[in-house]
Design a protein. Structure first.
Length: 596
């Protein structure tokens, strides 16, 4: 039962120290001079002793309160108690680590009496022994002998670390093997919120607490009860749940920071009263919990607002948690509103050695109402460089979530967003030169689902591309980027086949490119033009990974065979296979055109 309630075997120390704290508090409330806890441990003997100089217990207290399950002997009036004992079973956590416990106590209201109780784990009745002179000191001493496999829990450093993880502060000092634990008092804990440089101090404290290699990026105060801190974790660390304390004592670790802020934030808060379930792991849905979650939400937005006011802080925040913030902002309108204008992006660099320049949407919106974006700097470098030459300063958006988020931000700020490839197609439309013969030729080759744009353009750096729009995000592979002679041979044959509106594709034909002009101007253009046009369209589709139908594949092979037979430069007497493979056709065609 105790393991199911507490989960951890080491919880015994926390429960014993809490009882000791309450006992001292009760003695002080009645005017007695009390105020210390001493812990003694020995790994060799597996001994643990917890001593307090608190109010003490009588024989009746031991039998009628301490060992009675689900009955707390401490008063619950908030004016006279720490509010620690609520459920009356914390003492039994000792049996998670030991088979027997010995309790020696002397009550301050009955100074002539003292007693010792021994309790076994197997459930036998407790044994009580009345003590005579010399009487023990006022207060209570708990003695345990830990099981052999748990002797490591008696290490001094481990005890100190455990108490510092389970207590923010104590009103009374705790000494472990003659070493002062050094926790602040409640007044000292609250005073840290007012001290100069408190955020820096808390950042270092949290770094050590969570064993992070770096301090949290930002820290913000949470205004709830006894105070607390909310922190943005550094890059690449595990972000633990929020730590909730009740009057300085740990009660739960919960994901209480509102989503999606909990992806990057954690913290520590201390409340006066928190409703708990007996397993001490879950906060009840009471008014205190609602108040806490509301305070955390306000603190998270306040923290993000402080970040957004500083470009340096913004870059640090997004540098550490860009992916998490991007996904969070996609679903959180308030977060988008707070951070959207300062969302940092990288400008495309026209040279490989130049560093990408960080900027924000607000900076872009000041000088343009239209943002050109590039998804892949390698595959789309020709479009990006063209946009750069035109002074459009394209933005790098490599991942779809970023593009989706940036589109939402642009819409909210009245900024148009268009890809560099689509901007090129738009530019070609505005400079289109009517050419009926070319249009009809490629209409027959490309099909009715394509828009044909014939234009004169001196920029031959734009590679052959295909984009098939099927209401999804398309891929844009480039023949010009392939390490293949075919790509180089066809670079100037087609300018582009890029996305238009949903449901169809756009075929852009640069009429100034000589291979296309020859389709019309050369003596054999009327005979070979349709075949060459089909080959160009088929190759463009294949380069984009679009599967040809069986009919298209047969036509493609037939056109290649005809082209291979008629090409100049082939050796005489070459026999053409009846059904050659596509690759062998390309190799033989290229062999004959290797000086092209």
């Amino acid at each position: 039962m105790m393991r199911s309630l507490f989960g951890s075997k080491a919880v015994h120390l926390r429960e014993l120290v809490q009882n000791a704290l309450e006992a001292i508090n009760q003695a002080a409330a009645r005017g007695f001079d009390a105020g210390s806890i001493t812990i003694e441990s020995s790994i060799i003997g597996r001994k643990l002793r917890v001593i307090d100089d608190g109010i003490g217990m009588t024989k009746e207290d031991l039998l009628g309160k301490l060992v009675v399950l689900f009955h707390s002997g401490w008063p619950q009036d908030a004016g006279t108690t720490l509010g620690i004992g609520q459920f009356g079973f914390g003492f039994y956590s000792v049996f998670l680590v030991a088979d027997e416990v010995e309790v020696t106590s002397r009550h301050r209201d009955h100074p002539a009496q003292a007693c010792r109780m021994t309790l076994q784990a197997e459930g036998t009745s407790p044994k009580i022994e009345l003590l005579t002179e010399p009487l023990p000191p006022f207060g209570t001493t708990i003695d345990l002998t830990l099981r052999p496999e748990l002797a490591h829990l008696l290490d001094t450093e481990l005890i100190c670390d455990d108490l510092k993880q389970t207590h923010l502060y104590t009103e009374y000092p705790i000494t472990i093997n003659q070493r002062l634990l050094g926790l602040p008092t409640s007044a000292g804990w609250c005073r840290q919120f007012e001290e100069r440089g408190a955020r820096s101090h808390v950042a270092d404290w949290l770094k050590q607490r969570y064993s992070w290699s770096e301090a949290p990026i930002f820290v913000e105060q949470v205004e709830v009860d006894n105070g607390g801190w909310l922190a943005v974790a550094p890059e690449g660390v595990s972000v633990p749940p929020l730590e909730v304390y009740r009057r300085g004592i740990a009660v739960a670790k919960q994901e209480l920071i509102p989503t999606p802020h909990n992806l990057i934030m954690t913290g520590v808060v201390d409340m006066r009263d928190v409703g708990l379930k007996p397993d001490r792991e879950t906060l009840l849905d009471d008014g205190n919990l609602e108040r806490l979650t509301n305070s955390l939400g306000e603190a998270a937005l306040k923290l993000l607002g402080a970040v957004a006011s500083s470009p340096t802080k913004t870059m640090a925040l997004f540098g550490a948690h860009r992916r998490a913030l991007t996904l969070a902002m996609l679903t959180d309108a308030k977060m988008r509103e707070r951070l959207g204008a300062v969302y940092p992006v990288q400008l495309y660099s026209p040279t490989a050695t130049a560093k990408l320049t960080p900027t924000s949407l607000s900076e872009l919106a000041e000088r343009t109402s239209r943002v050109i974006w590039v998804g892949d700097a390698t595959r789309e470098r020709n479009y990006a460089q063209r946009a750069w030459k035109l002074g459009q300063r394209p933005v790098m958006l490599e991942h779809k979530p970023e593009r989706d988020l940036f589109e939402k931000i642009c819409d909210a700020n009245g900024v148009q967003m268009i890809s560099a490839a689509a901007a090129f197609a738009e530019e070609m439309r505005t400079s289109a030169v009517p050419d009926r013969r070319l249009e009809m030729l490629f209409r027959a080759a490309a099909g009715v689902d394509c828009e044909i744009i014939c234009c004169e353009d001196a920029d031959t750096s734009i590679p052959v591309r295909v984009l098939k729009v099927r209401n999804t995000a398309p891929k844009l592979p480039s023949l010009g980027d392939l390490d293949d002679p075919r790509a180089k041979m066809l670079m100037t044959m087609l300018s582009d086949m890029i996305g238009g509106t949903k449901g169809f594709s756009v075929l852009v034909i640069v009429s100034r490119c000589s291979p296309i002009i020859e389709l019309i101007a050369s003596p054999r253009g009327s005979r070979n033009g349709p075949r060459t046009a089909r080959l160009l369209v088929f190759v463009a589709k294949i380069s984009a990974g679009i599967e040809l139908s069986s009919g298209e594949q047969e036509m493609f092979n037939a056109d290649l065979i005809d082209q291979l037979t008629e090409s100049e430069g082939l050796n005489a007497g070459v026999e053409v296979e009846a059904s050659p493979s596509r690759d062998s056709l390309w190799q033989r065609l290229w062999k004959g055109k290797n000086n092209d």
